[in-house]
Ligand binder design. Structure first.
Ligand code: CMC
Length: 437
């Protein structure tokens, strides 16, 4: 028996099996050999919410949750946040290497060239109700892009994929900004291609009557860093949606719409909004100990704390805390920051949080910065979706080029009724389902 194997004995039959271990995993399909009889389907694993199932091999993002490590293509997030721009990082995430200066120039040119959207998109954006959530508008309009670019269906043509990648990275900020302007009843502000990616986004959001919008460089850089931090996070809920929907070979606009819809949910892209609400409810620094006591007593959670993967300080939260200070020098200090810092200080010294390895996550400080920069809370998931688009596309590309991938189609454990005979309506008596409709 090899050492890199798992020996299993099926006590139902007394038979033993040897299963290969590769990269600390076993292949679930190998378990199908384990049968009670020849016509038995074979053993499956049951893993709701994919708590312990790797769905792919990936070379994009590495996370070590215990040590608080996050790397894109091997580069630590701290170094990328310090030394690169969002578009440079997006290139790295998408293509696997940092660009040369010529490659970066061409990449920025290609993305900038595609920032405009078809005028018809504005027309149906106008059709949304005045108080439509900008994330709902974004999800719908990015799906609609597939009807404008029919060449996007050629997903196995590398040139077509490249074109859609440029379009998606370029147009997401435009759709997002137009969604925001619509929800504010403001005229749309067109892209200014002389500006950088985040400068232009601020221009499309906040330009008023000035001839040329001059974004504050500190705020544009802060947004750029936040975009770097959100570019990818391996197999999270929205990325899993991107891969799963993309595995049906639908066009990338439809798959990105599905991923963005997953991100819209409060358990994924909406936690920073919950942090703001919590801080506002606490109201003052001296109320923090009382609040922490209530959390420990099981009366609610400390939002922005804890993570399924990180059992240490989320490395993104550390960087965001530093960015917050830079932003507040321009915008003035968000009073909620003092409450947040005090909350963090008390929680990190408390046995309850130490024992459970609960540390601040990415959402603990990001909402405070976004609020200080003038974004309404409804825009928070939108601000997440724009940079995550590069991660979604990178993961989609990787999935398409992986010869082991097929249409994503989990199995189930059926626990319902066995076969039974149809009963005509006039002969049906009372049944447990009655009264449900
Ligand atoms: N405040 C207080 N107690 C907590 C918290 C918290 N924020 N998070 C976990 N716990 C406790 C929980 O009560 C449990 O205690 P016990 O063992 O006594 O029952 C223990 O810690 C383990 O919690 P869990 O619910 O099993 O952990 P999980 O991995 O299923 O949940 C989480 C992870 C992020 C959903 C959770 O920590 C949480 O609800 N945090 C607050 C919401 C939040 O900040 N979400 C943003 C996540 S980062 C954004 C992203 O990447 O999408």
């Amino acid at each position: 028996m090899g050492t890199n194997t798992l020996a299993i004995t099926d006590n139902r039959t007394g038979k033993s099996y040897e299963i290969a271990i590769e990269h600390d995993t076993i292949r679930a399909l190998d378990l199908r050999r384990i049968k009670v009889s020849e016509d038995d389907f074979g053993l499956m694993t049951y893993d709701p919410a994919f708590m312990n199932t790797a769905s792919c091999h990936s070379r994009i993002t590495y996370i070590d949750g215990d040590k608080g490590i996050l790397r894109y293509r091997g580069y630590p997030i701290e170094e990328l946040a310090e030394g690169s721009s969002y578009l440079e990082t997006a290139y790295l995430v998408l293509y696997g290497e940092l660009p040369t200066s010529d490659e970066l120039k061409a990449w920025i040119h290609n993305v900038t060239y595609h920032t405009f959207i078809h005028e018809n998109i504005k027309t149906f954006m106008d059709g949304f109700h005045y108080d439509a959530h900008p994330m709902g508008i974004l999800v719908s309009t990015v799906a609609a892009l597939s009807t404008f670019y029919v060449d996007a269906k050629n997903i196995f043509d590398p040139e077509s994929r490249k074109k859609q990648t440029h379009r998606l990275i370029a147009k997401m900020p435009t759709l997002a900004a137009f969604a925001y302007r619509h929800s504010r009843g403001m005229p749309y502000s067109y892209p200014d291609n002389a500006l950088s990616y985040t400068e232009n986004f601020l221009n499309m959001l906040f330009k008023m009557s000035e001839v040329k919008y001059q974004p504050n460089p500190t705020l544009a850089r802060a947004l750029d860093v936040l975009f770097i931090l959100h570019a990818d996070h391996e197999q999270n809920c929205s990325t899993n949606a991107m891969r799963s929907v993309g595995s049906s070979h639908v066009d990338p606009y439809s798959a990105v719409a599905a991923a963005a819809a997953a991100l819209y949910g409060p358990l994924h892209g909406g936690a920073n909004e919950a942090v703001l609400k919590m801080l506002a409810e606490i109201g003052a620094k001296d109320q923090v100990p009382g609040f922490v006591k209530r959390v420990k007593a099981g009366e609610g959670r400390l939002m922005g704390f804890g993570h399924r993967v990180y059992k240490n300080y989320d490395p993104r939260a550390k960087i965001i805390k530093r960015v917050a200070e830079e932003v507040f020098e321009v915008t003035g200090r968000n009073p909620l920051l003092d409450i947040a810092v005090e909350l963090e200080r008390i929680a990190l010294e408390d046995e309850y949080f130490i024992q459970r390895k609960l540390y601040p996550n990415v959402d603990f400080y990001s909402g405070i910065i976004y609020q200080a920069m003038g974004f309404p809370v409804e825009m928070f998931p939108v601000l997440f979706a724009i940079p995550r688009t590069s991660g979604w596309i990178a993961q989609w590309e990787e999935m398409l080029s992986d010869s082991e991938q097929k249409i994503a189609r989990p199995r189930q454990v059926y626990l319902g009724e066995a076969q039974r005979k149809f009963v005509p309506l006039e002969r049906r008596g009372a049944n447990p389902g009655k009264g449900r409709v």
